[in-house]
Ligand binder design. Structure first.
Ligand code: ASP
Length: 451
């Protein structure tokens, strides 16, 4: 019986998504979205409110989840030397897939010649950003103040601090045991919170997608059809071909199972357009559905959400070719090589949040001397493209997490191959046991009495 019930959340989320697209399209195509009432109270009111509350709820989980799970990951790794290997392998794989992503994107975009003969008069202004020097990116990995890093959700310094804390606990040994056990419990509690938040996902996904689709400039989509089609094609190629070949080649794991189980994570990424906000869902899926041990996932997932952006790199490749052609600039081979290098480097220093891809693009443009205002050409369709590329970004994070875990013997293949493993059964997971409730109350009373 439970299999039917267990599937219900995924099915509900998919339904929420489909319904969101339908309602969004209806509002857009009928022009209702321009009606002041619909605009104020529905799209920018109800949909916006529900969607933002949900994204906030996800973001709320990220820092404590990463913090506690990394402490547990480091303390539970068994052999601390493995940490260095996991770090090295995941960094190399993240950089490699990003470089392949952008190179493929450039090749595809160049062979389609997109952007040539384009009308470059654009009304949308775009002001770029200078790229921070690489030295600063490395300096910033070490937080001056861990609380400040946590308050700002700066992932790399949080990762650094948590790992160092875990290592120090290991060095301290038995004395720190209570702290480690506390972190273990805190981690489990955070995972419960993930389940609670995920259980309202179908409604939130509906609101997020309906709002985004309603606001889409469909006419823009048509006039930028060349760019959009090539970009989406390159993204799909990367997801279904490059990443799946990489997965099979490096780990021998089944791509079909991967694609089946990653769907939920992709929908969350698509709806929120943020790899960072998706961390709790990616972490849950990778550990409980794929069987990746927490000692690997607690590091590779938040690390990937920050430094790995295959989808974003693809957008940068396609957009560079598109705008270079539109402005009749010949970048030449060396220009394109610079683009590849810059995009890979830019992805290290920027977090996975909505719209950051455009900022990275402006950094790349400054390097190769392309006009930054050209970005205004693609601005109108970027929200939708952001949603799609974020889904590819998180798929890359999960691919590398699985490969690294498998290579370290930290992936339970039985869990990976079991289609029902870790399926969220909201009815069971959200249950509070009456006896436990009474016992907890009794325990609290006991403490009070002792006082
Ligand atoms: N939204 C993307 C992410 O969070 C980044 C981007 O491409 O703008 O992964």
């Amino acid at each position: 019986m439970s299999s039917e019930k267990k599937m219900s959340l995924t099915v509900k989320v998919l339904l929420g998504m489909a319904l969101g697209i339908a309602v969004g399209l209806a509002l857009n195509l009928t022009g209702l979205v321009k009606n002041p009432f619909v605009d104020t109270y529905v799209v920018n009111g109800l949909f916006h409110m529900i969607g933002s509350m949900f994204v906030n709820a996800l973001k709320m989980l990220v820092v404590p989840l990463v913090f506690f799970s990394l402490i547990c990951g480091v303390c539970g790794i068994g052999d601390i030397r493995m940490l260095g290997r996991v770090g090295g392998k995941s960094f190399a794989l993240y950089m490699m897939t990003t470089a392949i992503a952008i190179a493929t994107a450039i090749v595809i975009a160049v062979s389609f010649g997109i952007g040539t003969g384009m009308d470059i008069s654009t009304t949308t202004e775009f002001t770029g950003k200078e790229s921070p020097p690489l030295t600063q990116v490395f300096i910033d990995i070490i937080p001056k103040n861990p609380i400040d890093a946590m308050a700002n959700g700066d992932m790399l310094p949080i990762i650094f601090f948590s790992i160092l804390l875990g290592i120090s606990m290991l060095m301290l040994g038995k004395k720190a045991k209570g702290f480690v056990e506390g972190a273990e419990i805190a981690n489990e509690i955070m995972m419960k919170m993930v389940n609670i938040i995920m259980s309202v996902a179908p409604y939130a996904v509906f609101a997020l997608i309906a709002g985004a689709v309603a606001k889409l400039g469909l006419d823009l989509l048509v006039s930028l059809a060349g760019y959009v089609l090539v970009l989406v094609g390159a993204l799909m190629f990367h997801l279904f071909v490059t990443l799946m070949i990489t997965l099979k080649l490096f780990s021998g794991l089944s791509p079909v199972m991967f694609l089946k189980k990653i769907r939920n994570v992709q929908i969350f990424a698509f709806s929120t357009a943020s790899s960072n906000a998706t961390i709790p869902v990616t972490m849950r899926t990778v550990t409980e559905r794929f069987g990746v041990n927490n000692s690997v996932a607690s590091f590779t997932v938040p690390f990937g959400a920050t430094i790995n952006m295959d989808g974003t790199a693809i957008m940068q490749g396609v957009a560079t070719v598109f705008i270079a052609n539109a402005y009749n600039v010949d970048l030449g081979v060396s220009g394109y090589l610079t683009v590849i290098l810059m995009s890979v480097l830019a992805s290290i220093g920027t977090a996975g949040v909505p719209g950051v891809g455009l900022i990275m693009l402006s950094m790349v443009f400054t390097q190769v001397g392309l006009p930054i205002e050209g970005i205004g050409l693609i601005l109108g369709v970027d929200r939708l493209m952001d949603m799609i590329r974020t889904a590819v970004n998180v798929s890359g994070d999960a691919t590398v997490s699985s490969i690294v875990a498998k290579s370290e013997g930290k992936l339970d293949v039985n869990v990976y191959n079991d289609p029902n493993a870790g399926v969220l059964d909201t009815n069971a997971t959200l249950d509070i046991d009456d006896t436990v409730e009474a016992e907890m109350a009794e325990a609290i009373q006991g403490t009070k009495r002792r006082e």
